[in-house]
Design a protein around this ligand. Structure first.
Ligand SMILES: *Cc1c(COP(=O)(O)O)cnc(C)c1O
Length: 396
């Protein structure tokens, strides 16, 4: 059997390679931080990590994680409903709900799991899920696992959302689902308008704060801070794998009864191991740091403003963004690959995106700014973009 299957896979893989869609992974040999080492021995500046607050290599978090290893051991070797969880897990859940101004929180191994396990326990075929067309893959998969009727609206298109809400009035409960920040453009979901429509048409709202937590809002509390809706959104999901230290872990936070029901019925929670105690301990320390000072969020915001204004002044076409994601538009797929390769030669580590990751003809390089970047890093990046951009005729 395997001979035939092997041939089938090899052919498929070759056609992926020929279409230029094969994902080659780069290898980092240092800690994740602004200046990283890659396996060619070269040191480059990283502008494509989700390390928005620069916490992935934070000494305070490392210290907390090490201490937890000493007093709580390495792993949990259990699922919570059988063997319970550690005090650290409980404490972290409390910190998450304090941070977002919600009633309770539940931890998962990842946000992919949080999204995969949120719909099916809450809604059934009598209900409706109304989803933004650019929502993350994990939301799409989570919706597939649920029997609710599905409606979809074009990215951030409030007329289409309103239409979905009208059509779904025949269903029992309605849940509107959106990413907080859409990762390819960096745009923030218009949560004020979504909330207004939800009120008007009697619907609930869920926001995935993975790219917005730590970033959006004056103190990085996410989209509910930005739109003055703290405590009003029924369900928020998020990750510990981006702004919040970048290790691993996800969560759902929101209304008490929703979280209670997830603890009873959410399959990735019931049938999968808890995050390691050291990750929970570092997460607790991270939220403590954020309640003490807004320095990292302030630095991220000023870094982002600085980077965008300098890049625009250099002549680059940057998508309007309200996050730390800056899409440098190039439109041409080959150009995006050439430019990313030339930038790497200049010591700038970025990735070019093209169809099918973004729509045809909208190829780009996505730059992710971090509080871990210092001004000299930003200046080096801008200078490299300007040099390569001129050489490739992107700017004059
Ligand atoms: C990254 C991301 C996830 C997945 O988070 P993990 O914790 O890495 O599984 C889910 N949703 C969105 C919107 C994301 O950007």
């Amino acid at each position: 059997m395997y001979n035939d299957f092997q041939k089938y896979l090899s052919d498929e893989l070759q056609s992926i390679e020929e279409a230029g869609l094969y994902k080659h992974e780069r290898v980092i040999t240092s800690a994740q931080q602004a200046a990283i080492k890659v396996n060619t021995g070269k040191e480059v500046l990283n502008f494509c990590a989700n390390n928005y607050l620069g916490l992935a290599n934070n000494p305070e978090l490392i210290k907390a994680a090490k201490a937890a290893m000493d007093n709580h051991g390495y792993g949990m070797s259990s699922v919570r409903f059988i063997c319970g969880c550690s005090d650290l897990h409980k404490e972290l859940e409390k910190k998450i709900s304090e941070f977002f101004g919600t009633e309770d929180a539940i931890l998962y191994a990842s946000c992919f799991d949080a999204n995969g396990g949120v719909f099916e326990p809450l809604l059934n075929e009598q209900d409706a899920i109304i989803s933004d067309s650019l929502n993350h893959a994990s939301i799409i998969d989570g919706v597939r696992l649920c029997k609710a009727q599905r409606y979809r609206y074009a990215n951030a298109n409030m007329d289409e959302l309103e239409n979905c809400l009208k059509l779904s009035q025949v269903q029992r409960f309605r849940l509107i689902v959106t990413d907080g920040v859409f990762s390819m453009d960096g745009n923030v979901a218009p949560l004020d308008k979504i909330y207004e429509l939800a009120q008007k048409y009697n619907a609930m709202v869920m926001v995935d704060e993975s790219h917005s937590a730590g970033v959006v809002g004056k103190t990085g509390r996410g989209t509910t801070e930005q739109f003055n809706l703290r405590g009003k959104i029924e369900i928020l999901t998020g990750t510990l794998g981006k702004s919040f230290g970048g290790a691993v872990g996800g969560f759902t936070t929101g209304k008490k009864e929703i979280i209670d029901m997830l603890r009873q019925r959410s399959r990735p929670y019931l049938f999968s191991n808890s995050i390691p105690p050291m990750v929970a301990a570092a997460g607790i320390r991270m939220f403590e740091l954020m309640s003490e000072t807004n320095a990292l969020q302030d630095k991220l915001h000023s870094n982002t403003e600085y980077f965008i204004s300098k890049m625009k002044a250099a002549g680059f076409d940057i998508k309007p963004t309200q996050s730390a994601i800056c899409a440098v538009m190039l439109y041409d797929a080959n150009l995006s690959q050439d430019m990313a390769a030339r930038l790497l030669d200049e010591g700038i580590y970025v990735t070019g995106f093209y169809y099918p990751v973004v729509p045809k003809g909208l190829a780009r390089i996505r730059v992710q700014v971090s509080a871990g970047h210092d001004k000299e890093h930003l200046d080096k990046c801008i200078a490299a973009f300007t040099k390569v951009g001129k050489e490739l005729g992107v700017i004059k």
